[in-house]
Design a protein around this ligand. Structure first.
Ligand code: NI
Length: 180
C-alpha cells in the first residue's frame, strides 16, 4: 500500500450550528496537556487556513478545550498565533461595531458591537505567560474566539429577531448544500 502523502498538515472537520458541542463550556488546559496542545494546534491552524478563516477555537472542531488559533494578517505574510487558556483581563468602555462571520455558521454575517479594545492574557505554545492588546479586527477576533470557549456565538450578541433570522437562513443553506 503506498504511503499517504504527508506534505500537508491534516485538517479537521468543523462543526456547524446547531451542533450541541458548540454550546458547551470548554475546560482549561493544564500541565499535563502539553502533548495534546502540540498535536492539536498545527491541525487547528491548518484547518483555519484551509477554510479559510482568521480564527478557530477548539470547540469548533469538537474539542472542549480552552485553545484558540488566529491569524489576522494577509495571506502573503502569515502570523499564526496559538492562545492557550486565553482570558480577557481588561476591556474598553468604548465600543466598536464590525461585521462578523463564523466558520461554524458558514455564509452568515452580521454587525456585532463589542468593546473596542481588549487586553488578553494567555499561555503560548511553550507555556510562557503572555499578554496581548487588541483593537479593531484583532479585538473583535479575540473576543469572538474566546466567546467560543464559553459556548457563545456571535449571533448571541444580536437581537432575538436578527439571531433567529440568521439561524433559519443557515439551516436552509446547509440543507440545500446537503441536497447538492
Ligand atoms: Ni466563530
Amino acid at each position: 500500500m503506498p504511503a499517504p502523502a504527508m506534505t500537508e498538515t491534516e485538517t479537521l472537520p468543523i462543526l456547524f450550528v446547531p451542533d450541541k458541542r458548540l454550546r458547551l463550556k470548554a475546560r482549561p488546559l493544564g500541565d499535563g496537556d502539553g502533548d495534546v496542545i502540540r498535536a492539536l494546534a498545527p491541525k487547528m491552524l491548518a484547518t483555519m487556513y484551509a477554510a479559510p478563516g482568521i480564527g478557530l477555537a477548539a470547540p469548533q472542531i469538537g474539542e472542549g478545550l480552552r485553545l484558540v488559533v488566529l491569524d489576522i494578517q494577509p495571506k502573503e505574510k502569515p502570523d499564526p498565533m496559538v492562545l492557550v487558556n486565553p482570558e480577557i483581563i481588561a476591556e474598553s468602555n468604548e465600543v466598536a461595531t464590525r461585521e462578523e462571520g463564523c466558520l461554524s455558521l458558514p455564509g452568515q454575517y452580521a454587525d456585532v458591537t463589542r468593546p473596542a479594545r481588549v487586553k488578553v492574557r494567555y499561555l503560548d505554545l511553550t507555556g510562557a505567560k503572555r499578554e496581548i492588546e487588541g483593537e479593531d479586527l484583532l479585538s473583535a477576533c479575540l473576543q469572538h474566539e474566546i466567546d467560543h470557549l464559553d459556548g457563545v456565538l456571535f449571533v448571541d450578541h444580536l437581537s432575538a429577531l436578527k439571531r433567529n433570522m440568521i439561524l433559519r437562513k443557515l439551516a436552509k443553506d446547509l440543507k440545500s448544500q446537503q441536497r447538492g
